[in-house]
Write a protein that binds this ligand. Structure first.
Ligand code: FAD
Length: 419
C-alpha cells in the first residue's frame, strides 16, 4: 500500500451490503484516513424485501429506494454512478463504463441477478422480480391485464387473460402471491365491476421442491401453505417448469398451465462481472472468501453478500439481505484493520430467523433469539411490520412506508397504471 497518499478503498455495489458497509465505515475510519468511493449503476439502494409491495400497489417505488448519496456525503465518501464492467485484480483497477478506477482495497458487494437456469421462454415471456423496474413491470402487467379483461365480453377469455403463474415458492413467490390476491380482493374488486374477481382471476404458485418455502423452517411453510390455500392461491409443488410461452407455462411432467402473466421468482446467480473476475469461485460463480472476507486469501480484495461464498459450519451462507447486513460491520472492521495493518478478525454468522408476510393481516415468523419461537397470524404480522419499519434506512423512507401502509390498509392500494 502506498504511504504518500491516502489509501483508496473502492466499494462495488450499494445494495444491502454496500450501504451498511458505508454506515459502519463512517464510524470506524477517522476523517480523512482513506479515500472511500462507492460505485453503483443506480443512485439508490433498493430495499428488495418490500419490492413485491411495489408490484402489488401497496407502496410507491420511492418508499423502497434510499438515495446512496445521502450516507456517502455525510461520511465524506465519494459516490460514482456507473456500470462496473470488469475487475482487474492484477492492475488493482476496476473497469467501468466511464473509465478505470484504481484501488488499494477493493470490496465486492455486487449482489446477484435473476437465474433463468437456461429454461426456454423465461427471458422472453416472464417478468422477474429483482430490480425496481421489475416491481413496476409486474404492477403494470397486473393493471393492464385487468383493464383489457374489463372490456372483454367472454367470461372464458377473461379467465385466460387473468391467469397468473408465479414460478418459485421461496419467500418472494409466496409473499407476492398472497399480496396479489389481496390486491385483487380488496382494491380491484370494487373498481372492476365487469370482472368476477373471486372466480375469474387465478394465481398458481409453482415449485420443484416438495413444499413451499423449502429453505425455511417447516412450521413456517405449513402456516404459509394454509394461508395461501385460504386466500385461493393454487400451489403446485414437485412441479418443475420446463418452458414458458406467451400465454402458458409448461411443466416437466407434461402439464400446460394457462399463464397470461408468468412471474419468475425462482432463484439467483452471480453477475458476469463477479463470475469472470480472476479470483476463486464456487460452482455458482460466487467469489470464495474466507472468514475475514478475503477473496482467495488476498489482502486487497474483500467480498461479501450475495456475490460471495462465505462458509458457516461448512456450508455457504444463503444469499439473503439478512446475511449481507450482518456481515457489513465485520467487513468494515476488517477494512479499517487492513488500512492500519492490524490483524484481521474472523467473522461468525448468527442467524436471526425468518419472516414471511402472508397478506393484509397475516404473517409467519421464526425468531431465533432470545428464545426460539414460531409465530403466526397477527403477532407475526406485527413483528414483520415493526421489523421492516426499523430495517428501512432513512427518516423519509420510514415516514413514507408508514403513511403508505396506513393508506393501503384503510383506503386502497395504488392502481394508477403509470409505468
Ligand atoms: C424481490 C426480492 C425479495 C427479497 N426479500 C428478502 C427478504 O425478505 N429477506 C432477505 O433476507 N433477503 C431477501 N432478498 C435477498 C436480498 O435482496 C439479497 O440477498 C441482498 O440484496 C444481497 O445484498 P448485496 O449487497 O449482496 O446485493 P444487492 O443488495 O443486490 O446489491 C448489489 C448492488 O450492486 C449494484 N450492481 C450490480 N451489478 C452492477 C454493475 N455491473 N455495475 C454497477 N452496479 C452494479 C446493484 O445496483 C445493487 O445496488 C430478496 C431478494 C429479492 C430479489
Amino acid at each position: 500500500m502506498s504511504t504518500a497518499r491516502r489509501p483508496r478503498v473502492l466499494i462495488l455495489g450499494g445494495g444491502f451490503g454496500g450501504l451498511h458497509l458505508v454506515r459502519h465505515l463512517e464510524r470506524r475510519l477517522g476523517r480523512g484516513e482513506a479515500d472511500v468511493a462507492l460505485v453503483d449503476r443506480s443512485n439508490y439502494s433498493l430495499f428488495t424485501p418490500l419490492l413485491y409491495q411495489v408490484a402489488t400497489g401497496e407502496l410507491p417505488p420511492h418508499a423502497v429506494a434510499y438515495p446512496l448519496r445521502v450516507p456517502l456525503a455525510r461520511a465524506g465518501f465519494r459516490f460514482v454512478r456507473t456500470e462496473v464492467e470488469a475487475i482487474d485484480v492484477e492492475a488493482h483497477a476496476v473497469r467501468t463504463a466511464d473509465g478505470d478506477l484504481a484501488y488499494d482495497v477493493l470490496v465486492v458487494a455486487l449482489g446477484s441477478e435473476t437465474n433463468d437456469y437456461g429454461i426456454p421462454g423465461v427471458a422472453e415471456h416472464a417478468v422477474s422480480l429483482k430490480w425496481m423496474e421489475d416491481g413496476r413491470s409486474v404492477r403494470h402487467r397486473i393493471l393492464s391485464t385487468f383493464e383489457a379483461a374489463a372490456i372483454e365480453r367472454s367470461a372464458e377469455r377473461r379467465r385466460e387473460m387473468l391467469s397468473f403463474v408465479v414460478a418459485g415458492a421461496g419467500p418472494v413467490g409466496v409473499e407476492l402471491s398472497a399480496s396479489m390476491r389481496d390486491l385483487i380482493d380488496h382494491t380491484l374488486r370494487g373498481i372492476y365491476p365487469t370482472i368476477d374477481v373471486r372466480r375469474e382471476p387465478s394465481i398458481t404458485l409453482v415449485d420443484g421442491a416438495d413444499r413451499i418455502l423449502p429453505a425455511m423452517d417447516a412450521r413456517l411453510a405449513a402456516i404459509a401453505a394454509r394461508r395461501l390455500d385460504r386466500l385461493g392461491v393454487r400451489m403446485l409443488v414437485r412441479t418443475v417448469v420446463s418452458e414458458i410461452g406467451p400465454t402458458s407455462v409448461r411443466t416437466k411432467d407434461g402439464r400446460t398451465l394457462p399463464a397470461h402473466t408468468a412471474i419468475w421468482a425462482a432463484g439467483v446467480r452471480s453477475i458476469p462481472v463477479v463470475a469472470q473476475a480472476a479470483l476463486p469461485h464456487d460452482a455458482h460463480g460466487r467469489i470464495v472468501a474466507d472468514a475475514f472476507f478475503r477473496a482467495g486469501g488476498r489482502d486487497d480484495v474483500l467480498a461479501f453478500g450475495d456475490a460471495a461464498h462465505v462458509e458457516h459450519d461448512g456450508k455457504a451462507l444463503p444469499q439473503l439481505a439478512q446475511v449481507a447486513v450482518l456481515e457489513a460491520p465485520a467487513v468494515a472492521e476488517n477494512v479499517a484493520r487492513l488500512l492500519r495493518r492490524e490483524p484481521l478478525r474472523p467473522y461468525r454468522y448468527r442467524r436471526k430467523g425468518d419472516l414471511i408476510a402472508l397478506g393484509r393481516t397475516s404473517a409467519a415468523a421464526e425468531l431465533v433469539r432470545p428464545v426460539h419461537v414460531v409465530l403466526s397470524g397477527l403477532p407475526a404480522w406485527t413483528v414483520w411490520r415493526t421489523n421492516y419499519l426499523i430495517q428501512l434506512v432513512g427518516v423519509r423512507n420510514r415516514g413514507t412506508l408508514l403513511v403508505e401502509w396506513l393508506l393501503s390498509y384503510f383506503s386502497r392500494r395504488i392502481v394508477t397504471d403509470i409505468s
